[in-house]
Design a binder for this molecule. Structure first.
Ligand SMILES: *[C@@H]1O[C@H](CO)[C@@H](O)[C@H](O)[C@H]1NC(C)=O
Length: 138
């Protein structure tokens, strides 16, 4: 810190605010009571095995496709989060719906098509679970 010039502190602070402003526009946190589907992508890294995950493809192709297919069933938005290599999962995605039935209908209609594309970006098949937003404090 002591080697930083005032200008660099100011510009990194500005970058933080810019980043926060961008996040505000793009992050969907859902609302209390919303239902969500959670997809988690396992990762294994050891001497003989390395999981792969192409976040560019996932964030730019796969999730926009999922959203376009699920939106007519009521999908309200989604959040993609990433983890470090030490975590058991590389990526966790929450897809928000007003009711669990909306997700079930969306998944029944398009789940197979969506899962068929997983090998295009991930070496691991993601389990998914359905849950409900209990509390949000921001
Ligand atoms: C690495 O992970 C793979 C996949 O889970 C497993 O089959 C293999 O036994 C592991 N190898 C080592 C050296 O732990």
């Amino acid at each position: 810190m002591k080697f930083q010039t005032l200008a660099s502190v100011l510009s990194s602070t500005a970058a933080l605010f810019t980043h926060a402003a961008t996040a505000q526009k793009t992050v969907c946190a859902g609302s209390t009571g919303d239902w969500f589907s959670m997809a988690v992508y396992p990762q294994i890294h050891n001497a003989t095995y390395d999981s792969t995950f192409d976040m560019d493809y996932y964030s730019q192709q796969q999730m926009p496709l999922v959203y376009s297919l699920f939106k007519p069933f009521g999908m309200a938005g989604y959040t993609i989060t990433t983890f470090g290599r030490d975590a058991p999962y590389s990526t966790l995605t929450l897809m928000y719906f007003a009711t669990a039935e909306q997700f079930e209908e969306a998944f029944a209609a398009h789940g197979e098509e969506i899962y068929a594309k997983v090998p295009l970006f991930s070496s691991e098949v993601p389990p998914h679970y359905v849950g409900q937003v209990y509390n949000i404090t921001v």
